[in-house]
Design a protein around this ligand. Structure first.
Ligand code: GUN
Length: 283
């Protein structure tokens, strides 16, 4: 079997076109959605992510505000910036790029963001709402994966979804969103014994472990849907996922590439959350 490609570039573009229309409507009604991003320090990966978020928000017509702070910034000063953005009516989404320098308490920073502007979906209030199925901001990567599945016509109800990875940003919330759509969910992680015995049962396999080409064809059931959240460099310095794409595509029925898979969806859902926030503010 050669798998169907699930393209985050194509699906993301389609959603961003819908977002641009909503942004125009909101702007006409006097409420241009605004996204503020805070970047602390000079981490090259974070700089790239932030640049892409800024570019994408401008492309859909949003107001974009970037606050760059040195890695010597005090926790107090950072909290001061967040407080200012919390009470700025022209800002509907606030994102503090992670990771933060060690002297800053990440949990405290996340909790200081107004939950109604927490477009990352990281605030405990939004995490709690997600778990009990109440409306709130969903974390962008798992939200984007659910959109990819839905828009590719892949139903999850009754399917066995296996997730490798248990981070707060991807693995844990991914399982919750799949559960809410009636999948049977298994979590695997670094301490799981005999990993392939679990992954070979998966109708839908989500891989988020951060190890280049870790999942090979012998991990995958014939006809499974494989979603690769990884972003690594291979031995030649080329971008690659956590899944060995070339072998797994021969076994899977559908697969996301890296780059061009989950990555573009994460930014897209950040923009979607910012629009939802502006729509709520206007009500
Ligand atoms: N660092 C890596 N991914 C993310 C993300 O989705 N949001 C934030 N704020 N920081 C990140």
């Amino acid at each position: 079997m050669t798998a169907k490609l699930i393209s985050g570039v194509t699906i993301g573009k389609e959603i961003r076109e819908e977002i641009a229309t909503s942004v125009l409507d909101l702007t006409t009604e006097g409420c241009q959605p605004g996204l503020a991003v805070i970047l602390v320090g000079e981490n090259p990966a974070s700089q790239t992510y932030v640049k892409n978020k800024e570019k994408s928000s401008i492309e859909v017509g949003m107001k974009s505000q970037l606050i760059k702070l040195p890695d010597t910034v005090s926790e107090q000063e950072l909290l001061g910036h967040i407080e200012e953005l919390n009470s700025d009516d022209s800002i509907h989404g606030i994102l503090v790029q992670l990771p933060l320098p060690k002297h800053i308490n990440e949990d405290l920073v996340i909790r200081s963001i107004d939950p109604n502007k927490d477009v990352d979906g990281f605030h405990p209030q939004n995490v709690g709402k997600m778990i009990i199925g109440q409306e709130g901001f969903l974390p962008c990567t798992p939200y984007g994966i659910m959109e990819m599945l839905e828009r590719s016509g892949i139903s999850v109800a009754g399917k066995h979804a296996v997730i490798i990875g248990r981070s707060n940003i991807v693995g844990k919330p991914m399982g919750q969103l799949l559960l809410q759509k009636d999948a049977t969910v298994t979590y695997c992680h670094s301490r799981t014994k005999d990993l392939p015995s679990f992954t070979k049962q998966a109708d839908i396999l989500i891989v988020a472990i951060g190890r280049a080409k870790f999942v090979t064809a012998d991990f995958v059931k014939e006809g499974a849907v494989v979603i690769d959240v990884g972003m690594n460099r291979d031995e030649n310095g080329k971008l690659c996922g956590d899944v060995d794409f070339n072998t797994v595509k021969e076994v899977a029925s559908a697969i996301t590439p890296v780059p061009g898979g989950v990555g573009p969806m994460t930014i897209t859902m950040l923009l979607k959350n910012t629009v939802l926030s502006a729509e709520t503010a206007l009500q």
